[in-house]
Design a protein around this ligand. Structure first.
Ligand SMILES: Nc1ncnc2c1ncn2[C@@H]1O[C@H](COP(=O)(O)OP(=O)(O)OP(=O)(O)O)[C@@H](O)[C@H]1O
Length: 649
């Protein structure tokens, strides 16, 4: 229920349109009933023999829609008002409702009075066309209005989901599959969207139609109507049982769809590896196993869903047969006429359509509800990272890691990825982090960017804990170039300017590209800075991509530059060009360089050596060599020249 109320809140901005839908739905229902049902007695009247006409006139028998007859040359006298209260205070239900009915029907038939039967038939046919045309006009208006409401709600839901997800810290993306996140924005919203439209059509429009039909049924026989209502309640009970089953399967189906998104995305992104290893066949096999599983889930859900329609119809026809039996007995007993029973059965059949649609809407609502629950789970997830209030755009003294410990996993017995790490980057200094793979170097950079919060200790900038700073401003102050370059399918110019919040001039972009040794290769391209570089920059070489990443970092004119193994994926030739670019970029700037190759960091003001999350040594290149410890070991390992090491760097 709470989920439905929250969805209703999403409809609030469209409340004007919802009111219009209610009005238009009423009109649609009225014209549906008029266009189908009322024509019957009218046509009946035209083709009725004169005996039945005179019977109606002479016996004064209570008029019913199908024993009503029009006499073509009846005098045009206005119908008299219904004589409801013949004597004040004495209301006779049977007599007075009968009079009301007779009055209403007389007024209705007076619309079609004509000199001849032929003229009357023509009038009826014209009425039929107008009634259907009006009904369909309202149906169209309804669809237009509902689409407006539904698309507005879908847009708001999608915007809210994306806004919530994009603000989540990196840890959230580590835990959630990309396919799953995409599914929230796409399929789940689509399901909610669809159930909004079916709900509006079925729970606004159909109840009016049912109301009008039931009014006709009640006018014919309240006993038979009660009988029919009782049967309908039994049917709804069965439908709701099926609906609940569908809801459970619908949630499972969405999970499987998310998995499919993830699998597809992963495989297409890794297509080069699949091709290189000739693994197409194996991947196809895995995908087939997956689609088999997916198919089984869909079969389960559709088996239940498709059962609803035939089951409804069988139950409803059963109800009509019971009504015919019960009504037949009444006809035999002389309580009602055979004509009345036939009209009753026809009306009951007419009410079946809207009833069936409401049954189907219930199922679609359950699917929408399962998706809405998933969506609200995302919307209710609050970022664990609390933003600080203090502004920051520059620093004067130093960035310090003070006894920082951190681990990714939350389990108490999980080992620390960083253990009591302390060091500082003084303004203008270039600090290098080295150590074996997995020793925690990139984690240091991620904590400095406040992608994650430290578990203990603190990171300060000029003495202020970074948790007290506005992390968006902190990130603007830092330029990062990592081994994995993220480029978009856009122009070179836009890729370099990505991340700049204000408009960037071409001069500034070119200046950054020159600093990054990228201007030359960019201008060699036929479209220069306007060259489109393809998905993830596929049309560029590794070294060119890396230099664009450096240019992107430089265009920010950052206070601090972080290079996280920026050259490790490059061959010697490209590495030389990129290293030159890095050296350029680092001039007169504070920097943190994470490197595997010691040759690239020998001039650093401070080199920090890490091992299993701990700082084991720190100092300048000569100091560390003199220590003859971990750094010296790494150095010997890389250059294999134990004697006179300085010459080899
Ligand atoms: N997002 C993550 N979730 C869980 N564990 C992680 C995550 N990122 C890194 N780790 C783990 O933390 C440890 C340190 O990783 P980190 O990337 O900081 O090391 P590194 O020194 O930069 O390694 P490399 O030189 O290979 O890049 C490793 O054991 C790694 O498996």
């Amino acid at each position: 229920m709470a989920v439905l109320l929250r969805i209703l809140r999403y409809l609030a901005p469209s409340k004007g349109n919802v009111v219009l839908v209610v009005v238009v739905s009423m009109m649609t229902s009225i014209f549906s009933v008029i266009s189908i049902y009322s024509i019957l007695p009218l046509l009946n009247a035209v083709f009725t023999s004169s005996e039945s006409i005179s019977m109606l006139e002479t016996t004064g028998k209570q008029a019913t829609p199908n024993n009503l007859a029009l006499r073509p040359n009846q005098p045009r006298t206005p119908p008299s008002e219904p004589a409801l209260h013949t004597s004040p205070g004495s209301f006779d239900f049977k007599r007075d409702t009968g009079a009301l009915k007779e009055w209403a029907l007389t007024r209705y038939q007076s619309l079609f009075r004509a000199e001849t039967k032929e003229l009357m038939l023509l009038k009826i046919c014209l009425f039929l066309i107008s009634a259907f045309a009006l009904k369909n006009l309202f149906v169209y208006l309804n669809q237009v209005l509902i689409f407006r409401i539904q698309s507005k709600t879908a847009k708001k839901l999608r915007d809210d989901i994306f806004a919530n997800i994009i603000e989540m810290p990196l840890g959230y993306f580590n835990r959630n599959k990309v396919g799953n996140l995409m599914n929230y924005v796409y399929n789940d919203v689509e399901n909610v969207d669809r159930s909004i439209s079916t709900t509006l059509v079925n729970f606004l429009q159909n109840p009016f139609s049912i109301f009008v039909y039931v009014a006709v049924l009640l006018a014919l026989s309240w006993k038979l109507t009660l009988f029919a209502v009782g049967s309908s309640l039994v049917i709804f009970f069965f439908i709701s049982l099926i609906g609940n089953g569908i809801k459970g399967h619908a949630a499972a189906l969405q999970e499987r769809l998310s998995d499919m998104n993830s699998v597809l995305q992963e495989k297409f992104n890794g297509i080069k590896l699949i091709k290189a290893t000739a693994f197409e066949h194996e991947e196809l096999g895995r995908f087939r196993a997956f689609t088999d599983d997916f198919r089984k889930t869909t079969i389960r859900i559709f088996r239940l869903r498709d059962m609803t329609g035939p089951l409804n119809e069988t139950l409803l026809i059963g109800a009509i047969a019971m009504v015919l039996w019960f009504g037949g007995l009444q006809v035999f007993a002389g309580v009602m006429t055979a004509n009345e029973l036939l009209v009753f059965a026809f009306t009951l059949y007419s009410v079946m359509g809207p009833l069936k649609m409401i049954g189907n809407a219930h199922n679609s609502l359950q699917i929408g509800r399962a998706s809405a629950e998933r969506i609200f789970e995302v919307l209710d997830t609050k970022p664990t990272l609390v933003n600080g209030k203090k502004p920051i755009s520059t620093f004067q003294e130093a960035i310090r890691f003070e006894n920082v410990s951190f681990k990714y996993r939350e389990e108490a017995d999980a080992p620390n990825v960083l253990d009591n790490v302390s060091f500082e980057i003084k303004k203008g200094d270039s600090v290098a982090l080295i150590g074996q793979s997995g020793s925690g170097k990139s984690t240091v950079a991620d904590l400095l960017m406040r992608f994650y919060d430290v578990d203990s200790g603190r990171i300060t900038i000029d003495g202020t804990d970074i948790r007290d700073l506005d992390y968006k401003q902190l990130r603007k102050m830092v330029g990062v170039v990592s081994q994995e370059v993220i480029l978009f399918n856009d122009t070179i110019e836009h890729n370099i300017a990505y991340g700049m919040h204000e408009k960037v001039t071409r001069e500034r972009i070119e200046q950054a590209a020159r600093l990054a040794n990228a201007h030359g290769f960019i201008t060699d391209k036929p479209d220069g800075y306007l060259t489109l570089i393809g998905d993830r920059g596929i049309q560029l070489s590794g070294g060119q991509r890396q230099r664009l990443a450096i240019a992107r970092a430089m265009v920010k004119n950052p206070e601090l530059l972080i290079f996280d193994e920026a050259t490790s994926a490059l061959d010697n030739e490209s590495e030389k060009v990129v290293q030159e670019a890095i050296n350029h970029a680092m001039e007169h700037r504070s920097s943190l360089v994470i490197a595997h190759r010691l040759s690239t960091i020998k001039n650093a003001s401070m080199i920090i050596v890490m091992e299993r999350g701990r700082v084991v040594e720190s100092g300048t290149h000569p100091e560390l060599l003199a220590m003859n410890g971990a750094y010296k070991n790494l150095y010997d390992l890389q250059f294999s020249i134990p004697s006179d090491p300085d010459k080899s760097l």
